[in-house]
Design a protein. Sequence first.
Lengths: 371, 83, 344
Amino acid sequence: MKYVDEFRDGELAKNIAAHIAREAEPQKIYRLMEFCGGHTHAISRYGLADLLPANVRLIHGPGCPVCVLPVGRVDQAIRLATEQGVILCTYADTMRVPASDKLTLMRAKAAGADVRMIYSTQDALKIARDNPAREVVFLAIGFETTTPPTAVAVKQVQTESINNFSILCNHVLTPAAMHAILAVAGGVALDGFIGPAHVSTVIGSEPYEVFARDYAKSVVIAGFEPLDVLQAILMLIRQINQGRAAVENEFTRAVSRSGNLKAQALVSEVFELREFFEWRGLGTLPLSALKLRAEFAAFDAELKFNCEYVAVPDHKACECAAILRGEKIPQQCKIFGTVCTPENPVGSCMVSSEGACAAHYSFGRFRETKA
Amino acid sequence: MCLAIPVRVEQLTPGDNAIVNLGGVRKEISLSLVEDVAVGDYVILHVGYALQKLDVDEAEQTLALFAELNAHTDAQLADGSLA
Amino acid sequence: MSYSRSLDFKQGRIEMSHGSGGRAMAHLISGLFASAFDNPYLAQGNDGAVLPQPSGRLVMSTDSHVVSPLFFAGGDIGCLSVHGTINDVAMMGAVPLYLSAAFILEEGFLLSDLKRIVESMAKAAHETGVPIVTGDTKVVEQGKGDGVFITTTAVGVVADGLDLSGDNAKSGDKILLSGTIGDHGMAVMSQRENLSFDAPIVSDTAALHTLVQDMLASGATLRVLRDPTRGGLATTLNEIAQQSKVGMFLNEAAIPVNSTVAAACEFLGLDPLYVANEGKLIAICAPGDADHLLAVMRSHPLAAQAAIIGEVIEDAHGFVQMTTRLGGRRMVDWLAGEQLPRIC
């Protein structure tokens, strides 16, 4: 696979790691938050932490849209399927998120609700066209990478006058989450960010400049493959050593300063900012999520159906909130690996394979357990 | 939601779509989010849409950078300055 | 001889009467199943087959097949049901001797499709030398079945003194894999609704009993043989680790994956380690015998890409660990639920 395999080369990885080992100053501790769920997965799946010296610490951030989706939002989707008989279309990632009353979308489907897994919003549109007598609702989740595909679908239903399609909009914004992490009174113990790969192809590198400028945090946007991540770590270490806080781009093959203007324009045409939005783990954040503009109100499932959002608190012992903010690690959660496992996830960090808890459980829990 | 892969555009198809190829696997995807894409270009594919064109020159430069680091380490190993 | 109308394979469909035990069912059995499977046991027309005295300890295994779609690149539910159950018996070190086949047909199922499936089974049975000696047919109402479900049972004999079992693996043993992983699962997935590709991925469905015979004849001390079907290589290794109360250490770079299968997995966010195989086996053997066993395997057409992929270690937790191709370490855990395609 071109432009994939080359970025997974083991020999080159060892070399970048050797440079990291040489350049990381032994008396410093480098605390680097990798924001993107895809990076969390890549780091665990390739065992990248083993290639780094002990004083370079990777902290998992909240860049997993499934992990930050509140229980109440999943409840809404389930209720639409079970009580209103809609065809609920969703990406596979949300199928096992634990919701209220021990339900998940997967269990609702097993009990007879019409829940369908799709790969692309185009699949959802096809379902709507093929089933004109049924209502089709698309559970729209994701950061800025995934929002433009939803915008395309909404514009298309408007153009084609499809009247049985609507979306449950849960699109959220990356910079808002980064602000939430950094704007903690007294400062936060982070030296830099490994910036998301594919969100950045859409929004560009410019939105991160505020974090370098106002919070003096180094940011390096990293591509998706392990060599990209290692290179970005090296670049961050160099910045920190030099006392610089700037936005640098390792993923130059896909990210520019301004990003994908066509996609951005389409998103602003279709969506506007919600004043407030509840994030699992980060609380209610202002101007952090999107909803459909008035012209597209006919496609807003929250307006079309009777499915009010009811906030649901997390399980008392669940530490997802602290883990999403990078304040705790999965091992510090009392129910990690015992009550809360991938088969029986209590919190969202355990459901999604990008979640810090699932990634650690599936790929890394052998590290703690002594034989 | 980050999973995206670089794919080669094999054929442009009606409705602003294209058939793309990754390692011999072909799929029809949407080009509605990008512009000026030609057969032979590489794009980043996410949930059925091309999100951005891949700049192959930059890709080669990044790989060259990794190779340079590699050569640098080899040199250090040779002259004993890298333990 | 009374007039006997031939079955309408062009447009005919399964009706409830085909399962009711009456004339229509008898006609279906003689006109399709018995004529295709063609052996003296079935020709006798009894409810059961009287088999000769076995020459060793009996091994029996059963499998139900519910694959969808029924026809896929490289095979179909028919040959899959023959290969799969033969393989289960072969994994115990037994020579497979006889098969039974039970069909649950859905009302409305096309006779032309059934004929295709039955002919495929007959061909597989003939090629493997394992006849289908007895069977059953039932029909369920339209909507209550998925076209056809097939359950096959195989019996075989295993030589005295041979003890292949999942709890035999010992620390130090080597782990061998007979070829590329993920081919069957991705071949099937490529045809399902919602996830379609024009990829030349072909199911690896195959009967492995002759490969197993070669391996047994090699003189290598074999501890475990198992075929990594549902849940893939990862699941099967975890099962064995748990049964034997050992750990395992794999080398990612040594695990063969067809490059197109790897690309298809990338598209869907799937991990080939968890994708089903239907023509591969895992062998765990004493460390000194691994190289010789590998050579023997590689000279068999179904194991040309066999590889030593890891070793068994002491580990009370039974973890299966792996050195990644980047040189880091990760666990290869049990599959959590069903493997859903990742978008993220």
